[in-house]
Design a protein around this ligand. Structure first.
Ligand SMILES: *Cc1c(COP(=O)(O)O)cnc(C)c1O
Length: 390
């Protein structure tokens, strides 16, 4: 089976775990702090605002809590989105307001976001589809202009940037995922980065029971009297990372550039081999100054054949998928809207396998089978559409 996503872990990660075992300190500790420092350096931001947590989802929930959203607020987000974003908004009582996307980049444009703003809008939450930065710089400027908070779900875009600024650092809060399907992984894990220092301190408290002082896990406990008493300042949760997963993260982060280079080469091969093929539309090229993470590679097919092509490929041992099924169609969010580009993209887009473990031969196999499936199914669709009497 050729997978659509696949992690790459090996001896170096095992060695890092072994080292944590030998220290016998497993919870939040020195390895976590090192990883946070390294991640901040990767993002080119201050270390204080960066927190290693147990998932991107818990980071998104925390982001909405930090913004103090409530039932009087609207939050604009693209409908082509991972469900965690809408849940994180809805749980606060705020109303998710889904915006449309460009039908080919699957990223919202500045105009898409602007059209969805209301006087009640308190925040905008965007992701960078497949690792393409999209119009993030323009969206950040729009949000600043309107006095609306910007949260970036940078789960797809760990290595993406625009003119040297990393995706996830344009807005007020950025969140990354290190779950098993992402470019680099810690099994489960995430990172949240909070720009405002005061809010960042609050993030630290919320991540551990609302406690001001983490004496129980900062090894060098403050030796005041009754050190076992807790300084609980507000209601927090328990979303911190730990030294085992952080140790894996440090190794993975060092390997990131190599992973992305390989993914970029694979995307380039798809671009070349599929260029000009009738019935297959390729993802738009990255604009000048944009660097992508190549988390997804997608093609767009006639809606009449997309699902069948996916089935044919699965039969041939090639797994493809579509991310992210539009959320405006989910009744739970009480947000029925007409989003024509989103609907179009959701019916035509198919993600092909891209991960650093693919061989050149795998990529050629995917291309060969895709071409066959598209030709086959287009022929049949045309025959049916043309009266179907044969
Ligand atoms: C994977 C993903 C998430 C969720 O990440 P977890 O770490 O599993 O919580 C959120 N948003 C996007 C865009 C994702 O791709």
């Amino acid at each position: 089976m050729i997978n659509v996503f696949q992690p790459s872990l090996g001896e170096e990660e095992l060695e890092a775990i072994r080292e944590v075992f030998s220290r016998n300190w497993l919870g939040y500790g020195p390895r976590t702090q090192t990883f946070e420092t390294e991640f901040a350096a990767h993002l080119k931001v201050d270390r204080e605002g960066v927190l290693f947590i147990n998932s991107c989802t818990s980071g998104l929930f925390m982001a909405m809590e930090l913004l103090e959203l409530g039932p009087a607020d609207d939050v604009v987000l693209p409908s082509v989105n991972f469900v965690a974003n809408a849940n994180a908004v809805a749980v606060t009582g705020a109303q998710p307001v889904f915006c449309d996307v460009d039908p080919h980049t699957l990223n919202p444009t500045v105009a898409d976001v602007e059209r969805a703003l209301t006087p009640r809008t308190k925040a905008v939450v965007v992701l960078h589809y497949g690792g393409h930065p999209g119009e993030i710089a323009g969206i950040a400027a729009l949000c600043r202009d309107r006095g609306v908070a910007l949260v970036e779900d940078a789960a797809c875009s760990i290595a993406s940037s625009v003119d040297g600024t990393m995706c996830g650092t344009f807005g007020d809060i950025g969140v990354w995922s290190l779950d098993a399907r992402k470019i680099i992984t810690t099994g489960d894990g995430g990172v949240i980065r909070v720009r405002d220092p005061e809010l960042a301190r609050r993030a630290h408290r919320l991540a551990y029971h609302g406690m001001v002082d983490r004496s129980s896990f900062t090894a060098m406990a403050d030796m005041r009297r009754r050190w076992w008493e807790l300084a609980v300042q507000e209601i927090g949760r328990r979303t911190i990372g730990n030294d085992i997963t952080a140790a894996i993260g440090s190794v993975q982060l060092r390997r990131l550039d190599g992973f992305v280079a390989r993914r970029r080469a694979i995307a380039g091969t798809y671009d070349r081999m599929l260029a000009g093929v009738e019935g297959i539309r390729l993802p738009p090229p990255l604009p000048a100054g944009h660097v992508g993470s190549h988390y997804f590679y997608w093609v767009q097919l006639d809606a009449a054949i997309r699902d069948q092509v996916a089935e044919d490929l699965l039969e041939r041992g090639i797994y493809t998928t579509f991310r992210y099924p539009p959320l405006h169609r989910t009744p739970l969010y009480r947000a029925d809207r007409h989003l024509p580009h989103t609907d179009e993209a959701a019916e035509t887009t198919l993600l092909l396998p891209v991960h650093q473990g693919l061989t050149d031969e795998d990529v050629e196999t995917v291309v060969g089978e895709l071409l066959k499936a598209v030709e086959n199914r287009s022929g049949r669709a045309a025959a049916n559409g043309g009266g179907g009497t044969r």
